[in-house]
Write a protein that binds this ligand. Sequence first.
Ligand code: IDP
Ligand code: MG
Length: 154
Amino acid sequence: METTLVLLKPSCVQRQLIGEIVNRFERRGLRISGMKMMQLNEDILRQHYAHLVDRPFFPGLAKSMMASPIVAMALTGVEAVQVVRDMTGFTNARKADAGTIRGDYAMSNQQNIVHASDSIENAAIELARFFRPEEIFDYHSAVEAFLYGAGEMG
Ligand code: IDP
Ligand code: MG
């Protein structure tokens, strides 16, 4: 099992799509291991988007991510990092495939509804950035035997 980080961005919260997006992850069979609303600040965004701080669009990106609270989620499942990333779709929502979250709910390269960790290594770093250890719950999912075949859970 892997756990990955998803952020429901202000573009999701403001458009009142929280329930709809959470529902897509639940329907897929991902287990919600942690979930909370947070107000981000410049400090955490400079860490989270360290690969983009020198880009000209960073100030606008940071502003958009602080425009309202966000919802942080920890999602758990077999190969959850790649599964969630595939559900998220291409960064520029106008180029994202229909059927992905960005391809179904967004029109922007920046206001693209969700963040999802892009590797197992980054998922661990990002989960630790947004959650305290006690905010992530390792509970048993009662439907697991019907979500996965024998041996698939490793
Ligand atoms: P990702 O969210 O698909 O992993 P990244 O390249 O890691 O894409 O970029 C992080 C976020 O920065 C994007 O989701 C988007 O909100 C914003 N972003 C990326 N590229 C641009 C751009 O060219 N203009 C404006 N915002 C951008
Ligand atoms: Mg990224």
